[in-house]
Design a binder for this molecule. Sequence first.
Ligand SMILES: CC(C)(COP(=O)(O)OP(=O)(O)OC[C@H]1O[C@@H](n2cnc3c(N)ncnc32)[C@H](O)[C@@H]1OP(=O)(O)O)[C@@H](O)C(=O)NCCC(=O)NCCS
Length: 179
Amino acid sequence: MLIIKETLPTDLEKILAVETLAFNRCDEADLVKKLLHDQTAKPFLSLLAMRENEAIGHLLFTKAYLENSKDLVSIALLAPLAVIPNYQKQGVGSLLVKEGLKRLHQQNFNLVFVLGYPEYYQRFGFQSAQKLGFFSPFPIPPQHSDAWMVLALTKNILGLVSGTVKCANSLNQPEYWRE
Ligand SMILES: CC(C)(COP(=O)(O)OP(=O)(O)OC[C@H]1O[C@@H](n2cnc3c(N)ncnc32)[C@H](O)[C@@H]1OP(=O)(O)O)[C@@H](O)C(=O)NCCC(=O)NCCS
């Protein structure tokens, strides 16, 4: 049976193992570790997908804000999403994203942003953010501009606000915004 649970500080090693296996390198695990200790990333939503006692997927949303409209809307940034190779393409990533979006909606978040594969995130309702007037913390190369996406969790919010998204300090480095 697969369950999605919010992580505890004691889950850190499991989270880092999932991130490292999924990406086959340490960069994302290092970033997640920093974000989980970053005051500017809070409140974050950190979810683990557990099968029996094994952690097989992890998803992190961190707090962000819209420059010039800081108090008007509550926004979150999805990064990263990771599923370990043996369990990919079995719906685990989708379940994490859907459950995360549901919880963010319950917590009154208005907008969620992601820099990711357009074909993957479109299925959850994400659409090109730049075309809607939202700019990423650092410029995305034009060939990847469609990878910068937004999803509205509340009605009638798109068109009302726009501008540049500011992210947590740990993510505020140009190397995280290249593709
Ligand atoms: C990307 C990832 C999170 C997807 O998780 P998952 O559990 O395998 O995904 P799901 O089972 O929910 O969905 C599978 C679908 O996603 C598609 N998909 C997987 N990776 C994709 C990619 N890079 N680009 C586009 N589509 C992708 C699959 O083709 C499949 O499509 P289908 O439903 O039409 O058959 C997972 O493959 C992973 O951890 N990859 C390595 C880490 C990574 O790149 N994360 C970044 C996400 S932005």
